[in-house]
Write a protein that binds this ligand. Structure first.
Ligand SMILES: *[C@@H]1O[C@H](CO)[C@@H](O)[C@H](O)[C@H]1NC(C)=O
Ligand SMILES: *[C@@H]1O[C@H](CO)[C@@H](O)[C@H](O)[C@H]1NC(C)=O
Length: 397
């Protein structure tokens, strides 16, 4: 009898404890703001930095991320206590399907940062650790622009990187616009500026693009538009800082694969920059209209030796040009043929014409696995977003 009573009391105590627990967790409200279609815009416009986790409840990786994102929000709240500075938010994509469509969410979790109301050009693909998330948010409060005084100071510019160099007579609205665009394009270009009296005869504001001279035959180019016109200046910077032929490495390959365009790749020895320059010049001169049909890139054939071997080649065969359609790889017959006007272009045009057939062949190939007439399988496809980090909405590229 007594035992039953004690047992009953214990049960009662336990359930009271549970109640208290629920109560306190409800009171301890989350530092991550739930965002919906109705309030996204007002949240974006009332906060300088908004870092958004687009998630789905059923996604394992979203579940893993949630407590870390919560910790990051708590951490940032202490570091940036003023309202309107930093906000961490989450969008439940199963419920907010319109927002998920608007931001082309293809996988969970997708992390996107908005700076002054505008989405940054690249989504966050880094580590999902407290430290990495916090540092990423904080990096948006550091200016990306390097100040210089004398033209000789520009000797520090790395010839492997693209840069924009600006002269402002005084800090005004044009300089503010430059600051904003430097933040948007900081991963594509380096930005330099000098504020102060300009030389006699120079305009009060001038901008110069300096290409990655170690890797191209292009030269410095002056901006001839209006430095206060944001659309004009942004499209100039986009055009210069995101060239038709990009250098591809492990830090940017995932994002390129996600665009699902076939790749045209030059595999070269790291020391061989002549073939890089030649390939870029030929593509830029002969195939500018193929932007949007292909992603063009140059890759270090030693770093990507796996792909080179996969085509049945080795280091001593470099340089090699090849299409990776994200299904198969098609080496261009003999690198030297790029110097014969129109040959590479024809190869690329023919390939686009055969894309449909390739899809047919793909179904055939899966039916009769392992035929030796089949081209080597794509090696770049596997470098896209990994199913070990994301729940992918479209498994097949
Ligand atoms: C924003 O909208 C979401 C979804 O409708 C809602 O859950 C959330 O409470 C709202 N947040 C704010 C701060 O108004
Ligand atoms: C929210 O952040 C504050 C300040 O960092 C922290 O004290 C609190 O515990 C956090 N709340 C939750 C639910 O994590």
């Amino acid at each position: 009898m007594l035992a039953v009573l004690v047992y009953g009391l214990l049960l009662l105590k336990a359930s009271l404890g549970e109640l208290q627990l629920q109560d306190s967790s409800a009171r301890m409200s989350s530092n991550v703001t739930q965002i919906g279609e109705a309030n996204l815009s007002s949240i974006l416009h009332s906060n300088e930095v908004v870092f958004v986790n687009f998630y789905a409840d059923w996604c394992y990786f979203s579940v893993l991320l949630a407590p870390i994102f919560e910790q990051a929000a708590a951490h940032l709240k202490l570091e940036f206590p003023d309202a309107g500075k930093v906000l961490l938010g989450r969008v439940n994509c199963a419920r907010e399907t319109e927002l998920a469509d608007l931001y082309h969410i293809q996988k969970f979790p997708t992390l996107r940062l908005f700076y002054k109301g505008q989405a940054t050009r690249r989504e966050y693909r880094g580590q999902r650790s407290l430290e990495a998330l916090v540092n990423y948010v904080k990096s948006h409060f550091q200016s990306e622009i390097v100040e210089f005084q004398e033209p000789e100071d520009l000797a520090i510019i790395d010839p492997n990187r693209r840069s924009v160099i600006a002269y402002f007579e005084s800090a005004g609205s044009a300089q503010k616009l430059y600051q904003h665009l430097a933040d948007r394009f900081k991963h594509d270009c380096d930005f330099y500026q000098r504020i102060g009296k300009v030389e006699e005869g120079r305009p009060p504001v001038s901008l110069t693009f300096r290409p990655d001279v170690a890797r191209t035959y292009s030269q410095d180019e002056e901006y001839e538009g209006d430095p206060a016109d944001s659309n004009q200046l942004e499209s100039w910077i986009l055009n210069k800082c995101v060239p038709l032929v990009r250098e591809i490495d492990f830090s940017n390959v995932e994002e390129l694969i996600e665009q699902r365009l076939p790749l045209v790749l030059l595999f070269h020895l790291p020391s061989d920059l002549k073939s890089v320059k030649d390939f870029r010049a030929i593509v830029e001169a002969q195939m500018p209209e193929m932007r949007g049909q292909y992603n063009f890139g140059t890759v270090d054939g030693v770093e990507f030796e796996h792909s080179v071997r996969h085509m049945g080649k080795s280091r001593k065969d470099l340089p090699i040009v090849a299409i990776d359609s994200l299904k198969f790889m098609y080496p261009f017959p003999s690198f030297e043929n790029i110097y014969r006007r129109g040959q590479l272009k024809k190869f690329l045009e023919d390939f686009l014409g055969h894309l449909k057939q390739e899809n047919l062949r793909m179904t055939e190939a899966t039916a009769k696995e392992g035929q030796d007439t089949e081209p080597p399988r794509s090696t770049f496809k596997d470098l896209g977003p990994s199913k070990y980090r994301y729940s992918l909405l479209h498994d097949e590229l």
